[in-house]
Design a protein around this ligand. Structure first.
Ligand code: NAD
Length: 352
């Protein structure tokens, strides 16, 4: 069995669905179900005995201790986090609590459990920490992309909290010998993405006839990776990564935010045309967010060379699949857009 934290969120749920589509090894999915966690995404696994869902908080070491003792996982894949940069600006405390303290409790519980395993089980055990390229800070236009040796320079409470968690994970390897692996991935997109993030926000707002907000000049650069390619990279690192190592994951696909928005509008014009005009007419530039990093880009040569991983999707094929998925899954979108999501959107609009 593998123990997955945050498996009801965007990437975690894609990972669980992907894992169980390819393997009979069961998954214990441990998730607090914050606003970002959604069991609707996992509906197809409702009666699947290979998927055990437990609602809980990674800060709760006692619960983790008893679940590890009972289910004896051979690996932990740690996705659980507060993940939205804008939210970290409005309320950083939750980010410190889950991303720093929560990762610390999880590491402590994992260390205790791992220490008690047989030598053989100890050697095979893995703690895979899923992290972000945002820990490296921002790049100028002509800087080389982030590699595994780039110095950490996080700029938002979100990236600072993820950087802290990466350091703790590293320290548990060097200090205690815990067999950890860390992946630092670029921006993900794809099905089941919560519509507060750029790509699903643009698709759902465009369809609803709303403004399409673009921060500042829209020339911020992000390196996009289709979510199932990230899931495949995590599987590969879990299978063949060297304990103590970090792997940068990205698709060599840098795009400005405005060009992403244009491409989505063009896909929607083709797949779900409006009675008149283009979805591009709904684009509005809004005030930039404080401390907005200008450019992220990943050098993925290490994972390509050492583990033979390569993305299967290009940005064109992945974005088309994503737009089609949102057009075909109105019920999922309506469900996540009710309740807490609406409160957040209202707060955003109040603060301009
Ligand atoms: P998400 O916000 O969609 O999901 C996070 C999940 O964690 C939710 O299901 C939530 O309920 C759960 N969670 C939050 N706090 C918890 C706690 N205290 N205990 C247990 N569960 C808790 O996030 P995501 O976009 O799927 O990101 C997953 C991971 O991947 C994060 O660690 C993030 O830093 C990292 N990452 C994300 C991206 C991206 O583009 N989204 C890129 C690189 C890395």
């Amino acid at each position: 069995m593998i123990f997955v934290t945050g498996g009801a969120g965007f990437i975690g749920a894609n990972f669980v669905l992907n894992w169980l589509a390819q393997s009979d090894e069961s998954v214990l999915n441990f998730d607090k179900l914050t606003y970002a966690g959604n069991l609707n995404t996992l509906k197809s696994l409702q009666n699947d005995p290979r998927h055990l869902f437990v609602q809980g908080d990674i800060c709760d070491t006692a619960v983790l201790d008893s679940l590890f003792a009972k289910h004896q996982p051979r690996a932990i894949v740690h996705f659980a986090a507060e993940s939205h940069v804008d939210r970290s600006i409005h309320g950083p405390a939750a980010f410190i609590e889950t991303n720093v303290n929560g990762t610390f409790s999880l590491l402590e519980a994992a260390r205790k459990y791992w220490t008690g395993l047989s030598d053989e089980a100890k050697a095979g055990f893995r703690f895979l920490h899923v992290s972000t390229d945002e820990v490296y800070g921002t790049l100028e236009a002509d800087d080389p992309p982030f590699s595994e040796t780039t110095a950490y320079a996080p700029n938002s409470p979100y990236s600072a909290s993820k950087a802290a968690s990466d350091h703790l994970v590293r320290a548990y390897h060097h200090t205690y010998g815990l067999p950890v692996l860390t992946t630092n991935c670029s921006n993900n997109y794809g099905p089941y993405h919560f519509p507060e993030k750029l790509i699903p926000l643009v698709i759902t707002s465009a369809r609803a006839g709303k403004d399409l907000p673009v921060y500042g000049d829209g020339l911020q650069v992000r390196d996009w990776l289709f979510v199932t390619d990230h899931c495949a990279a995590i599987r590969r690192v879990l299978e063949a990564g060297k304990p103590g190592e970090t792997y940068n994951v990205g698709g060599w696909n840098e795009q400005t935010n405005i060009s992403v928005v244009h491409t989505i509008c063009d896909l929607l014009d083709e797949l779900a045309p409006k009675a008149s005009g283009s979805y591009r007419d709904q684009i509005r530039h809004v005030k930039d967010r404080p401390g907005h990093d200008r450019r992220y880009a990943i050098d993925a040569r290490k994972i390509e060379r050492e583990l033979g991983w390569k993305p299967a999707e290009t940005f064109q094929t992945g974005l088309r699949k994503t737009v089609e998925w949102y057009l075909n899954n109105n019920e999922w979108v309506a469900q996540v857009q009710s309740g807490e999501y609406q409160n957040w959107i209202n707060l955003q609009y109040q603060q301009g």
